[in-house]
Design a protein around this ligand. Structure first.
Ligand SMILES: [Zn+2]
Length: 316
């Protein structure tokens, strides 16, 4: 049976009617029949093998009409939508908080139980798959061009990472069940209540409205709030560099995220593995083997941080 071509869709910004945007352009993405030729307001969109498409087009503030015109397999598909584009918001004044980020004294990594066979035995790793399933809306977080929700992919990565960390002897707890909705403070409260040694929040990235995705680095990145989390971020970054060679490294950055800010006693890092909104990255994230590799990168990063000697033996 021939595979049914997906219809022409505009995933972003279809979910939103008002977009604050810095001129001069906006990115749009969605899905089209495979092999389509797609024009968006007369600009040729990049259509990838999966049928996912992405374009960056000029805009003006006020009412803005989006016209998709697509030809595939001798058929023509069209789609029209209007959005309202606001003046860009004033950038917030930079916060001068980074130098205050020592936090209370760190707990020690409990290494006494580590063995050769179980190099993370007894270590409590809390994995927080980002975002939630929301009934009716079905999710918060971002949506990929093919309509895959970020929370779903984050959860798959967390489950795979849990398997790998457990195989090394770690205790692993996930912040939530798959269809559970959970706010951010509850996630960190659960980690502290459990006595976690390490907190990892697992996400996939996207761009702010006023960015040209074709001019970005578009790779993986690691975000911390307290300085004490930097060595964990470094270990994860080293491991991603070993395992995720097809993506560039965006590095380690300070960011004021609730989950890392509210984890002051333990090393806490938020990982953005790939850009779910970028068709090439979406194609990777839809491959189970890539999810496994991300999970391996996460697990070996934790090993490198908590038990560097075991990690060195493994990498040799
Ligand atoms: Zn996210």
């Amino acid at each position: 049976m021939a595979k049914k071509s997906p219809p022409l869709t505009l995933v972003y910004p279809a979910e939103r009617a008002v977009i604050p945007n810095g001129l001069p352009g906006i990115f749009l993405y969605g899905a089209a029949p495979a092999g389509a030729r797609l024009l968006v307001n007369g600009v040729k969109a990049a259509v990838y093998k999966t049928g996912s498409w992405l374009v960056y087009i000029p805009v003006h503030t006020g009412n803005f009409d989006i016209n998709l015109h697509c030809r595939a397999g001798g058929k023509t598909y069209t789609y029209k939508r209007s959005v309202f584009i606001n003046e860009p918001p004033q950038p917030p004044a930079p916060r001068k908080t980074e130098r205050l980020k020592a936090g209370p004294a760190s707990r020690k990594i409990p290494s006494s139980q580590f063995t050769k066979a179980q190099p993370l035995k007894g270590l409590k790793v809390f994995l927080d798959p980002g975002h939630s399933f929301v009934p009716r809306h079905e999710h918060d977080g971002k949506t990929s061009p093919q309509g895959i929700y970020e929370h779903k992919i984050n959860y798959q990565i967390a489950l795979a990472a849990r398997r790998k960390l457990r195989a090394m002897g770690a205790f692993v707890k996930l912040s939530k069940k798959y269809k559970e909705q959970m706010d951010l403070p509850t996630r960190t409260d659960k980690a502290h209540g459990w006595g976690a040694d390490i907190f990892l929040s697992i996400h996939n990235n996207s761009w702010p409205d006023n960015v040209n995705p074709f001019r970005q680095k578009n790779g993986y990145g690691f975000y911390y709030y307290y300085r004490r989390s930097v060595p964990l971020a470094r270990a994860l970054e080293r491991s991603y560099r070993r395992h995720i060679k097809e993506l560039p490294d965006e590095g380690i950055k300070f960011a004021d995220f609730s989950v890392t800010r509210n984890s002051p006693q333990i090393p806490a890092v938020l990982i953005e593995s790939a850009y779910i909104t970028l068709p090439e990255h979406e194609a990777l994230l839809l491959k189970p083997a890539f999810i496994e590799r991300l999970a391996r990168a996460i697990a070996e990063g934790v090993l490198d941080f908590a038990n560097p000697q075991a990690a060195a033996n493994l990498i040799k």
